[in-house]
Design a protein around this ligand. Structure first.
Ligand code: VGL
Ligand code: ZN
Length: 204
């Protein structure tokens, strides 16, 4: 893969890299392999991106997506101010420029950064950013929906494969193979961190 990426015209988006989506909170929504993506994300964080954005799932205790609530889809997870909502240990959060919280309205879920913050693509375009590299959790849910929305808004979009981890949630109709197929049909490219780093330095 020798497509060049210019980090100065690109945003790195770290999606929901939170304890509540890891084995550290087994009663929440643990994504297999969540802890093992931290080192790849940290490597991506060392590049000179125009922006580094993180998202943080940030739910009230009675959020509509939780079991026993309106949508009844997920165990309670990433509740505001709890351990589950914290970023994964070892993640270089000091590199984040901006943290975008989402899912904070009780009656509305927001998988994508763009679902909660619809003017985000305009912010990127206003900065001359034409490429988004998206990583984090879960690869087929919030990473996928964020990547899809940005692709639809006209950006080149790359999902950092080994800096993301996914999980099938049949109750919500969310499957890893479906998401990947739909993403690739939209022209979203899956690359490993090593290839992203190489594509960034080939630009220089
Ligand atoms: C997510 C399900 C519910 C995610 C967030 O970050 O992928 N998935 N809330
Ligand atoms: Zn959530």
């Amino acid at each position: 893969m020798n497509r060049a990426i210019d980090p100065a015209r690109s945003v790195l988006i770290v999606v929901d890299a939170q304890c509540g989506f890891s084995e550290l909170c087994p009663e929440e929504l643990p994504v297999p392999g969540a802890l093992s993506i931290v080192s790849a994300i940290n490597r991506l964080l060392t590049l000179s991106w125009a922006r580094i954005d993180a998202t943080q799932d940030w739910h009230p205790v009675d959020h509509c997506s939780f079991f026993g609530q309106r949508d009844n889809l997920y165990p309670p997870h990433c509740v505001q101010g709890t351990r589950g909502a914290e970023f994964l240990p070892g993640l270089d959060t000091k590199c984040f420029h901006t943290v975008w919280r989402k899912g904070y309205y009780r009656d509305r879920d927001a998988y994508a950064l763009t679902a909660q913050h619809p003017s985000y693509p305009a912010l990127l375009k206003g900065m001359g950013i034409d490429t988004a590299v998206v990583c984090g959790l879960a690869k087929n849910i919030c990473v996928f929906y964020t990547a899809r929305d940005l692709r639809r808004s006209g950006l080149q979009v790359i999902i950092a494969d080994d800096a993301s981890a996914g999980i099938d949630v049949p109750a919500a109709g969310l499957f890893q193979d479906h998401a990947r197929r739909e993403a690739e049909e939209l022209g979203i490219v899956y690359l490993n961190t090593r290839d992203i780093l190489a594509a960034c330095s080939s630009e220089a």
